[in-house]
Design a protein around this ligand. Sequence first.
Ligand SMILES: [Zn+2]
Length: 186
Amino acid sequence: MLIDPLPYESRLQARPLSQIDLVVIHCTELPDLAMAREYGERVLYPEPDAPEGTGNSGHYYIDRDGKVFQYVPLQRIAHHVRGYNPRAIGIELVNTGRYPEWLDSRNQGMDEPYTEAQVASLIALLRKLQDELPSLRQIAGHEDLDTTTTSASDDPRVQVPRKRDPGPLFPWPRVLEAVTLERLLW
Ligand SMILES: [Zn+2]
């Protein structure tokens, strides 16, 4: 694992590790890790105690070759899912998803498979987190927790999901079998 903190990491709100009971699985919906890093570094809004601002990112990123990067320490609250951030760890799998037309109604397939190396690294990371964090109990996909829809970019009469990650190709049965976390559905 490579520790590679985001520039604004120390401005994210602190939390005790005992507050963490949920891990949320995402995919980047971007072509590669370099672009995911670029998006993660973007400053989007001020924090209560840090007007210089922070942005959206997961705590961990897993590349297609299985390499794991930590962008945010667990003691900081990252912005990766509406409504659940204070209690959650965000894990992002590099995957193209619906990029670059995320909200186009003709492009909702999410058809890039996750690699064997990625899934193996994810399972190893989840087991490590379970060992280190006794309060960790639940796991969810981003799509399970944010089920809001919005007008499609190609046709405003059609509604598409804002979030579809990790999507239909994520191997839920295999992952759930490898850990003792309970799946949380909205
Ligand atoms: Zn997500």
